[in-house]
Ligand binder design. Structure first.
Ligand SMILES: [Zn+2]
Length: 93
């Protein structure tokens, strides 16, 4: 199949459990899907030093903390990060 232009295919945020483009720059007090009042942050090692996404503690819905473009930028930073679980047992400084 030949694609026009040279843009990359759009990243499928639904694979991350993110179904809307709404951005919550602060942790939401309630889940936008089920209304549960406990929402946690998901941190991605190597991506950024804080939560990258929000996740409902009941239904697991994930919500954006940053724009989709910025989220992808952070995820791309972590692309080459790996952990050798068969190697050293201490990972803490
Ligand atoms: Zn929920």
């Amino acid at each position: 199949m030949i694609k026009e232009g040279n843009s990359l295919p759009a990243f499928d945020f639904e694979k991350l459990g993110v179904y809307t483009g709404k951005v919550y720059d602060k942790k939401p007090k309630f889940c936008s899907h089920c209304g549960f009042d406990r929402v946690g942050g998901i941190e991605v090692l190597g991506a950024c030093n804080d939560s990258l996404l929000w996740e409902c503690c009941c239904c697991g819905l994930r919500m954006l903390k940053f724009s989709k473009e910025r989220t992808l930028d952070y995820l791309n930073k972590a692309r080459d990060v790996f952990f050798d679980k068969g190697g050293k047992r201490r990972y803490y400084a």
